[in-house]
Each structure stands twice: as C-alpha cells, then as structure tokens.
Ligand binder design. Structure first.
Ligand SMILES: [Zn+2]
Ligand SMILES: [Zn+2]
Length: 312
C-alpha cells in the first residue's frame, strides 16, 4: 500500500488555503518527499507526519514553486542531529539550481553538518528495494530535465495458510523460506516446494506522480494501468490557450489521460488560484468519474484497485 499526504496543492503562488507543491509518499518504512515548495516545513509540522526519515526528496523539475522550500528544510535539518544525510534526486538542470540555492545561499562556504547528496536522475530505475521500486520518466514542461515518477510494488504470490496447515508445516523459518521461493525439507524428511503453498502471482499496486506538464501523449505508456495517478491541473478548458502557452494541463486533459491510460483513480493538484475547486472537479468528472481534487493535508491510501481518502 502507498499512502499519499498532500502538503501543498497550489500552482505558482500559495493561496490562503493552499501551500506550494509538496507531498509525501509512504510505503511501509520508506518515505519520499516529492517537491518542496516554499513553506513546506510548516506544512510538515501542521500535518503531524514529523521530519523523521523524511530525508529523501524527489524533484519533478526546477521551477521555484517546487524547490524553494529546500533552503528552509536544509537549514532546519542542519540543526537537527537525527538526520545524518539528505538525498535530493532531480534532473541535471534542476540539481544545478538546487546547488546554487543550497551552497550559494544557505551554506555559503560552511560545510553542512548533514551530508547533502545531489543525485542526478535519468529515465529508468532510481530506487529499488525488496517489495517496490521507483522509476523516473521524462515529462515535457518548460525547460529541460522534468520527470515523473512511477512507484510500483512488485508482484508476489500470496502464502496459502490453509495449504500449509494441511501439509502440517510448522510456523517459523520453513514458511519464510517457502515464501522466499525455496524448497524446504521438514524434520520428518518430507520435501515441500513453494508451489504447494503459494497462490498465483498477484500484481502490486502502481502509483504514478506527474508534476507540471504541457503534454500527455508521451505519458500514456508510463501511466498505463496505474491504480492512482496524481497530476497537475493548473487550468480549466476555457483557458486552454494559456495552458498550452505555459506548458500546463487543463483538468479536461488530465482526465483524458486517465481514460487513455486506463487509470483507476485520478487526483488533481497544482491548482491555479483563479478557479473554484468544484469547477475543476466537474470538468474532470465529466470525462473521468473517478477524479478527485487534492486539498492540503488530504491523505489517500492506495491499494490495488482502490484509492481511499483517509478521514482524519
Ligand atoms: Zn509548478
Ligand atoms: Zn513548473
């Protein structure tokens, strides 16, 4: 299961009710901060999620409404010893700008007490653990090196406890080895193969995050089949000429992408202050009924085929 906590949902400038782009993606003990607009620190505090293990940052691109919060976040981490290092992932030109911000403004020759790792991403796998991985893919927005991120749980075969009981396999390391795909020999000499206790393979949950983007035709293959897609929706269709000019989407285009890519649920973020939330929602739902508009501090839990808002 992936959990998404929206920390900022406004485009370009904050509004009274919405902070600038930032959200947290959690998977068990792993946490990722996606983008870090100005004011993100305070949003983290207000959300109650805490700073612990929040030291892996994925940047969709280098526009100021997505990165300025890193300056404040780093200056807080520098005084807070529980964090030993911070990893910031981004495209080349995004990292260049982040480097200027952190080393030219925040640090200015001081050696950071926390290790700052600027990790350049290219298309492909950027993070991989036992049960899920994160892949970056290119996105067309103003300027180079913009990326989207696909979080995918690995498919797995469920352990069939009933079969294990019927075979009288004792609990403990034997069952663990079977789940790991190993054939075991029980103390009574019987050999048990994984196929005897594991069900058919089940695909994992897929969550895709796209930041600012002006095109959707090149995203279909990456978004394909996602249980949930989070994507920008800066404009309404009445101002689609502006959306084109500034490299952004309308709610309608985001919804069309969800249809084309056979997505299960769509959550819109990065909203312009000029529109009412219900108009954005209506435009998207007319095309793709499973659409939602994120608000700051909304939390969604994403499982295979489901996307539930956590009522807090
Ligand atoms: Zn933006
Ligand atoms: Zn942008």
């Amino acid at each position: 299961m992936f959990e998404i906590i929206f920390l900022g949902t406004s485009a370009s400038a904050p509004s009274i009710h919405r902070g600038l782009s930032a959200q947290v993606v959690k998977h068990e003990e792993h946490r990722f901060l996606i983008d870090c607009g100005e004011g993100t620190q305070r949003q983290i505090l207000q959300s109650g999620i805490g700073f612990k293990r929040l030291n892996r940052v994925l940047l969709t691109h280098g526009h100021l409404d997505h990165i300025l919060g890193l300056a404040g976040l780093l200056s807080t981490f520098m005084r807070w010893e529980a964090i030993e290092e911070i990893e910031i992932y981004g495209g080349r030109s995004t990292l260049d700008r982040v480097h200027d911000l952190l080393y030219g403004v925040v640090l200015r020759g001081i050696r950071p007490p926390v290790e700052v790792k600027l990790l350049e991403i290219k298309s492909g796998l950027i993070f991989d653990v036992d049960n899920f991985s994160v892949t970056a893919f290119p996105v067309s927005h103003r300027g180079p090196d913009c990326y989207g991120f696909s979080f995918e749980e690995k498919s797995r075969r469920p352990f069939l406890a009933k079969n294990a009981e019927a075979l009288a396999i004792p609990p403990g390391p034997w069952r663990r080895d079977l789940v790991a795909g190993k054939t075991i020999t029980l103390p009574d000499g019987r050999q048990i193969t994984p196929d005897q206790v594991l069900g058919p393979e089940r695909p994992g949950t897929k969550f895709v995050q796209v930041g600012d983007t002006g095109r959707t035709d090149n995203l279909v293959e990456h978004v394909q089949g996602a249980d949930t897609l989070v994507i920008e929706s800066t404009y309404l269709v009445q101002e689609s000429d502006m959306a084109d000019r500034f490299g952004h989407l309308t709610a309608a285009r985001a919804a069309q992408l969800a249809v084309e890519a056979d997505v299960q649920h769509l959550i819109l973020t990065h909203l312009s202050r000029r529109y009412r939330e219900r108009d954005i929602l209506a435009e998207a739902r007319a095309i793709f009924p499973n659409s939602y508009v994120a608000r700051d501090f909304d939390t969604y839990q994403i499982l295979r085929g489901t996307c539930e808002k956590v009522v807090g």
